[in-house]
Write a protein that binds this ligand. Structure first.
Ligand SMILES: [Zn+2]
Length: 374
């Protein structure tokens, strides 16, 4: 935390942070002196084309790709208004999220920077098979990863277990072997992109950790027959090799209320063991809108034992590091993109203040002014 600073921005980049003083004659002054300025927030798990309605699955099944694109346009705008200047999209359909990413980068529409996985890789009939990519066996997984990368993916997503959203899949069981997951890990490494593994059940968490994925999504440690089955040796390996966990706790309250307390206990144990906590919401799934990240951070502080500053780091510096973007995003330092969010109050003391977004600057341009998305 620093006070009374001037942050100098040139060509969209931070070029210096100095004691506040004289404004150079040729500089434009943006006065944020009554606010707290943080790095732009990063939501590491969203689905921009999902509706976030109570019937998110039904919506994505019923709507065509043009409708999904319009969903994405609105979702991106909503995220930006909450101070989110970067998202990692972990599952769209038909390349829609690539088009959305490119339109935002070209400043045609408002929205955060997007790392897009395109369609997630899943087994035949597996979790989110309706997003269009099914692959069984090592060569097929490899080919599916390469196809997404060829289509424009800047990250990858693989479904290591079944999911609650997809009827007929088993969240407690592994979908892929370690060898199949390792094929995806290889391809992600070759392309220099992060690989996210969706894993609710312990067998899938175990396989994904052994394969060396970048982050494990949800990580609910579900055992057989609807129990919770934490495996400390796997969590220790995650900590040791810096495999991140993306908890997505906002939708958990609704999707697994009976198990929530036990799952939260697993989250606390992972945090204590030193597993990197990377903020992500699963925004787009039922009743989880695209401005849910502040609520997610509040849960990290209230129920996971993180300090407000650690929660902010989960959505800034730690997130950027796990995504391989720490050279350009996630901290306020010279050489980083000028992605800033200015809020009233001080979220490092009271995390709820992260909701009080006043100004958002992305790549040096003001994109939210006085709480209004421009
Ligand atoms: Zn998801």
């Amino acid at each position: 935390m620093q006070r009374d600073r001037a942050l100098f921005v040139e060509d969209g980049q931070i070029v210096g942070i100095e004691a506040a003083g004289q404004v150079p004659a040729d500089a434009e002054l943006v006065d944020l002196s009554d606010l707290t300025v943080m790095p732009g927030l990063i939501d590491c798990h969203v689905h921009l084309v999902f509706s976030s309605s109570a019937y998110a699955l039904g919506d994505v099944l019923a709507e065509n790709d043009q409708q999904l694109l319009l969903r994405g346009v609105a979702a991106a705008r909503q995220a930006l208004g909450a101070g989110i200047t970067t998202v990692r999209d972990l599952g769209g359909r038909g390349g829609v999220t690539f088009r959305l990413r490119d339109a935002i980068a070209a400043e045609l529409i408002a929205g955060p920077r997007i790392l897009a996985a395109g369609s997630p890789i899943t087994i035949t009939g597996g979790h989110c098979h309706f997003l269009g990519v099914e692959a069984d066996g090592e060569p097929a997984v490899r080919a599916a990863a390469r196809l997404q990368l060829k289509s424009g993916a800047t990250c990858l997503k693989i479904m290591a277990t079944g999911g609650r959203m997809t009827p007929g899949t088993n969240p407690g069981m592994a979908q892929y072997s370690v060898a199949e997951l390792r094929a995806a890990v290889d391809e992600a490494h070759r392309a220099g992109v992060p690989l996210a593994a969706h894993a609710l059940g312990t067998p899938g968490i175990r396989n994904a950790t052994a394969a060396g994925v970048t982050t494990i999504e949800h990580c609910n440690w579900l055992g057989p027959n609807g129990t919770v089955d934490f495996d400390e040796s796997v969590a220790m390996q995650m900590a040791q090799q810096s495999t991140g966990v993306v908890p997505t706790l906002v939708p958990l309250k609704r999707s697994a209320p009976a198990l929530r307390e036990q799952i939260m206990d697993c989250m606390r144990r992972m945090a204590t063991l030193g597993v990197p906590i990377v903020a992500g919401t699963d925004a787009g799934v039922s009743l989880t809108p695209f401005d849910s990240l502040p609520g997610e951070l509040e849960i990290y502080v209230a129920d996971m034992g993180l300090s407000p500053l650690q929660a902010i780091q989960a959505a800034t510096g730690t997130a950027a590091r796990l995504l391989g973007l720490d050279g350009t995003l996630g901290t306020l330092a010279a050489g980083r993109a000028a992605d800033l969010v200015a809020v009233a109050g001080d979220p490092s003391v009271q995390i709820e203040d992260v909701r009080q977004v006043r100004t958002v600057i992305k790549g040096g341009r003001t994109v939210v002014d006085n709480g209004i998305v421009l």
